[in-house]
Design a protein around this ligand. Sequence first.
Ligand code: GLA
Ligand code: ZN
Length: 670
Amino acid sequence: MPELNLPFFGHGGDYNPDQWRDRPDILKEDIRLMKLAGCNLMSVGIFAWSALEPEEGRFDFDWLEDVLDRFAENGIYAFLATPSGARPAWMSEKYPEVLRVREDGGRNLHGYRHNHCFTSPVYRKFVRRINTALAERFGHHPAVVGWHVSNEYGGACHCELCQEAFREFLKREYGTLDALNHAWWTGFWSKTYTDWSQLHSPSPVGERYVHGLTLSWKRFVTHQTVDFMRAEVEPLHRIAPHLPVTTNLMTLYEGLDPFRFAEVLDFASFDNYPNWGSADDEAEAAYAALNFDIVRNVLKRPFALMESTPSQVNWQEVCKLKKPGMHLLSSLHAVAHGADTVQYFQWRQSRGGWEKFHGAVVSHAGHEHTRTFRDVAEVGRVLPRLTGVLGASTPARAALIFDWDNRWALGDSQGPRRETHYEDTAFEHYRALKRCGVDIDVIDEGADLSSYALVAAPMLYMVKPGVAEKLESFVQKGGTLVATCRTGCVDRDDLCFLGGFPGPLRRLLGVWIEETDALYDGETNEIRMADGRACACSTLCDLIHAETARVLGEYGRDFYAGMPAVTVNDFGAGHAYYIATRPGVEFLADFYRSRLAEAGVAPLIRDLPAGVQAASRAGADGRYLFVMNFSGKPVQVQLPEGVNLLTGAAAGGTAELEVNGAAVVQIKEA
Ligand code: GLA
Ligand code: ZN
């Protein structure tokens, strides 16, 4: 499989010359401005289908060839897009089966983007034909270094073709209707299916209370989208086997399991849109880092930052400008967590349409004398200094399990609370680990754990086959596991474990969860630790019995005051912790600081100040430490000895980071 192996840091953005074909002066000026901004990599033609195939079967690629030729003459490269993210009106008009059908059974009108059926043979035929034509014409063009396949796949279609594909998927999953009926527990409310044809996607006007169905449908939507991408990629790989493919994934997007895209991606890529400057930049940065740490782990390789805004977005309630320094800081932040490119949406602001006020490198003013352009040009000057970082891996010894099947099952589960706050809880654990100043991998349940010293598995509600054994062997060999409330409740089919929760993890955690109390929003209980510390806890409180585990903390209130709230089970050479409720980030950060120290995972820098993040990458030429100030005030940090690649000056000892300041230290190895 080809990899993204650029010898330089890719820097650029979505470029939509199709919108400016009647302005050759602007297209020419773009090249001058790209060079001035230190931009060398553009994603071209993402939504250009109407321009590429204005009528069925009539292709017009000459304008694109002109653009790519001009790129090649000027040392600019391209991720060439396949245009399947939006399609021309003629197609919807003549072949309505390409239009998406909603869950209520109604077919959409033409409009917006990703409004198509991923199963439709007609849509697949059109996509295949244009992808083939693009690959034949440009697959060996000197400017093209990769494929940007479609754009932010998302959503689902409920048409008859998709229903049939869903039934085939279910036959492969379960083999027989008996097996499906058992797995979905269809005896409940008389749901038993007696023929495959009775199966239908979940719908507000039909079935949506069979959890096996809702979970299977979500799995199917990912499966079918991956299958669609595979079909898109086939002609690209066949005609241009040297070019790597990607599709841009979205921030913690619930609808698709990103880990399942591993089989169709040559490199992963991600669109990053934090709300910088809204309230708490440290939280925004932690959330972005969580996403980076997921995307990097899809293939366990560096990824492309496919989109970010050089200025403000246009789709928040209130769209803040990036404050001085934030553009370089946020770009370095992605690189720190494994990005090997820094790209934007978009290069030049569209003159009309829905995104005309979305930030872009070149604004409607049309020249380089803007704050945003200078910010981008600064990134363009800095990235070449970091060339040694390219391809470098993230040496994480701590991991957090965030699993989409688990997320879907928890999201559907009824009781003890409608909202279980899985995403929020996982984020709190991630943020606490981040505050400890360590590198983190965010992985799914299937991942290999052998490189980690500590694994956090918040709300591991669904324990899939083999996972309990894997966690046991991880701890047995000396690993530290941290589990929380709502763990070990259901199997892969969403059937409850019999014999007591946490089901297959009971031996490892050494606790039995007899009941779970639910707290109202704003209501708290209290954890009282044996060492005298106390903190509030919320959302869910498991009432547990320590079987082989030792009790480290108890509940402070309600009828279960005095029952265990935090336990540890010594298991083989390692330790399995159980936090039976949901404490806040402060408690968790303290907790993880101790666990990491015990597990021998040292922080990347000593005395990390509040609001400062650290991340590292390990490359052929040594280790690179990124220290980034999101605190909103100047801070002092302790840097290791080496060279600060941002300034070229020697680093070591106390250094001051200004507001939105950063240091990237190439560490001098002892
Ligand atoms: C997404 C899309 C882009 C653009 C940006 C705007 O990431 O991929 O086409 O709409 O959002 O923020
Ligand atoms: Zn469909």
